[in-house]
Write a protein that binds this ligand. Structure first.
Ligand code: NAD
Length: 471
C-alpha cells in the first residue's frame, strides 16, 4: 500500500492543512493500492502565495540558466522510467507495452522538444520602429486530467517554467502519483522554492480558488468541455489568460482506396490504445459506403488481434478503463448505441466488472452522424463507422460536430488527402498515418477549446508581449 502523506509547496514536502484523504483503486484489480491527502482552501492559498513570491526572482533568472536546469530535470526524470511505468499500470491501468512509449518515452521527447525550442526562442525581437519583449505572465494554475497523467502535465509545467512563470499544479485526483515523481525530479535539481507547487484535491474546491485568485495570472486547463466552461466563467472575473484543451469527437476519413490495411494502425492506436481514453481519439470512421462490408470485415479481423487484460502482461494491448465511473459511462454509451439502431460489428455491452473495469474494443457500423454516440465524447474503446457516398458528404459529416480537436485522412493520392485536410474544421489533421510532431502547435477549435501546446508556440503561450516603442 502506497501512503502519500505530503504535497510539494514552496520548495518543501509538507503535510497539507486539509485533513481528508482519498483512496486510489487499481482499475485492473479493483483493489485500493494507495491513499493520498486532499488539500483544502488553506493549502491552495499557500501554494498561490508561494508561487507569487517565487515569480519575482524566477522571472528575472537568466533564460540560459532556466534552460540548463530543465535539461538536468529531464535527465533525472528519464531515470524514473521504470517507476512511471509501474505507477501508470496501477493508477490508470495502462499496459506496460503502451506505457513505455506513450507515458514515458513520448513525454521525455516532448520535454526535449521544449528545451530545444527554448534554445532557439527569441525573447526580444526588433520590429520596424519598436522592440517586442516576450515576458513571463506570472503565476500559472495548471489543471490536468487523468488520461495521460504525465503528458498533460509536462505540456504545461515545462514550457511555463522555462519561460519564467511559476506554477501551481493540480493533477487529477485519480492519477496524482506520477505527478509526485515529476515534482521530485524538479526538487532534485534545485529549482528555487515556489517555482513549482503541487496540490492534490477536488477540482471543484481547489479549482474555484485557483481560477479566481487575484495572484493567478493564467489558467491552463486540460479536461472536459463542461469543466472548461466553468473554468472560463470563473477566470473571466479577473480577466485571466486562459488556455483550454477540451474534449473531442474526431473524424477519420478513408478516401476510396483499393486496400485500407495501411490505414488501420493509426485507427487502432488512436481509438483503442489507452482504452480509447485519448482526447484526439479518431472515434468517427467515415468510409465509402460501397466498401462498408469489406471495411467491417477488416476491422473485425484487426480488433480480434488486440489482447485485453492485465496491464503488467507485456502482451496486453488494452488494460481496463480508468475507473468505475468511466466503466459505467462507456457501458451506458454502448447500450445507447444499440438503442439508437447502430449495428454492432464486434465488442458490445461489458459484463458487470468482476476483477477489473475491462471493456472489449467495440465497433458500431451504420452509425448516423445525428446519433448521440456520434456526437458525444464517449472516451472509451468505442468506434463509430459512418458511411458516405461522396467526398463532399464525408467532409460535411466530419465537420458536423461541436468539436474540432483532431482529424485524419487516409487515401492513395496524397494531393486528394491534402485537399480534404484543408476543408476540415480541426486543430490538426493527420495524413496517411503521420505521427504527431512535438515541435508543432497542438490544440483545438470550436468546443475543443483554444490555446496551443507544444514546441515554440507552446512556449509563446506562456508569455505576453511587451512592445517598447523607441523610434
Ligand atoms: P475533467 O474535466 O473532469 O477534469 C480535469 C481536471 O479538472 C481534473 O484535475 C479535475 O479535478 C479538475 N476539475 C474538475 N472540476 C473542476 C472545476 N469545477 N473547477 C476546476 N477544476 C476542476 O476531465 P477528466 O475526466 O479528468 O479528463 C477527460 C477529459 O479531458 C476528456 O473530455 C478529454 O477529451 C479531455 N482531454 C483533452 C485533451 C486536449 O488536449 N484537448 C487532452 C486530454 C484530455
Amino acid at each position: 500500500m502506497i501512503k502519500v502523506e505530503k504535497i510539494y509547496l514552496n520548495g518543501a514536502w509538507v503535510r497539507p492543512h486539509g485533513s481528508e484523504r482519498a483512496a486510489l483503486e487499481n482499475p485492473a484489480t479493483r483493489v485500493h493500492f494507495a491513499s493520498v491527502p486532499l488539500c483544502d482552501e488553506t493549502d491552495a492559498l499557500a501554494a498561490v502565495e508561494g508561487a507569487a513570491k517565487a515569480f519575482l526572482q524566477w522571472s528575472r533568472t537568466p533564460f540560459a540558466e532556466r534552460i540548463e536546469r530543465m535539461e538536468r530535470m529531464l535527465t533525472v526524470f528519464e531515470s524514473m522510467h521504470d517507476e512511471i511505468v509501474k505507477l501508470e499500470a496501477k493508477e490508470l491501468g495502462a499496459p506496460v507495452f503502451f506505457s513505455r512509449y506513450a507515458h514515458c518515452q513520448r513525454q521525455f521527447e516532448r520535454i526535449r522538444a521544449f528545451i530545444d525550442a527554448a534554445r532557439e526562442f527569441k525573447c526580444c525581437e526588433r520590429f520596424r520602429a519598436s522592440t517586442v519583449l516576450r515576458e513571463p505572465i506570472g503565476v500559472v494554475a495548471a489543471i490536468t486530467p487523468w488520461n495521460y497523467p504525465i503528458g498533460q502535465i509536462v505540456q504545461k509545467v515545462v514550457p511555463a517554467v522555462l519561460m519564467g512563470n511559476t506554477v501551481v499544479l493540480k493533477p487529477s485526483t485519480n492519477t496524482p502519483l506520477t505527478a509526485l515523481l515529476l515534482l521530485q525530479a524538479f526538487e532534485k535539481v534545485g529549482f528555487p522554492a515556489g517555482v513549482v507547487n503541487l496540490l492534490i484535491g477536488r477540482g471543484s474546491e481547489l479549482g474555484r480558488i485557483l481560477c479566481t485568485h487575484p495572484k493567478v495570472a493564467m489558467v491552463s486547463f486540460t479536461g472536459s468541455t463542461d469543466v472548461g466552461r466553468d473554468i472560463a466563467r470563473l477566470a473571466s472575473h479577473s480577466v485571466k489568460r486562459l488556455a483550454l484543451e477540451l474534449g473531442g469527437k474526431s473524424p477519420y476519413i478513408w478516401l476510396k482506396s483499393r486496400d485500407y490495411r495501411a490505414a488501420v494502425p493509426k485507427l487502432v492506436s488512436s481509438i483503442f490504445y489507452n482504452s480509447g481514453q485519448t482526447c484526439t481519439a479518431l472515434s468517427r470512421l467515415i468510409v465509402p459506403e460501397e466498401d462498408l462490408a469489406d471495411i467491417e470485415a477488416l476491422l473485425k479481423e484487426e480488433v480480434a488481434k488486440l489482447k485485453v487484460g492485465d496491464p503488467m502482461d507485456p502482451d496486453t494491448h488494452l488494460g481496463p478503463v480508468a475507473s468505475r465511473s468511466q466503466f459505467e459511462t462507456v457501458k451506458s454509451y454502448i447500450e445507447l448505441g444499440i438503442r439508437e439502431g447502430a449495428r454492432l460489428v464486434c465488442g458490445g455491452v461489458p459484463e458487470a466488472p468482476q476483477k477489473g473495469y475491462f471493456i472489449a474494443p467495440t465497433v458500431f457500423s451504420d452509425v448516423k452522424n445525428t446519433m448521440r454516440i456520434a456526437r458525444e465524447e464517449i472516451f472509451g474503446p468505442v468506434l463509430c463507422v459512418i458511411p458516405y457516398r461522396t467526398v463532399d458528404e464525408a467532409v460535411e459529416i466530419a465537420n458536423d460536430s461541436d468539436y474540432g480537436l483532431s482529424a485524419a485522412v487516409y487515401g492513395e493520392n496524397r494531393e486528394a488527402c491534402l485537399e480534404v485536410a484543408a476543408r476540415l474544421e480541426s486543430g490538426g489533421v493527420y495524413i496517411n498515418g503521420a505521427h504527431r510532431d512535438d515541435t508543432a502547435p497542438f490544440g483545438g477549435c470550436k468546443q475543443s477549446g483554444y490555446g496551443r501546446e507544444g514546441g515554440r508556440e507552446g512556449l509563446l503561450e506562456f508569455t505576453q508581449a511587451k512592445t517598447i516603442y523607441d523610434n
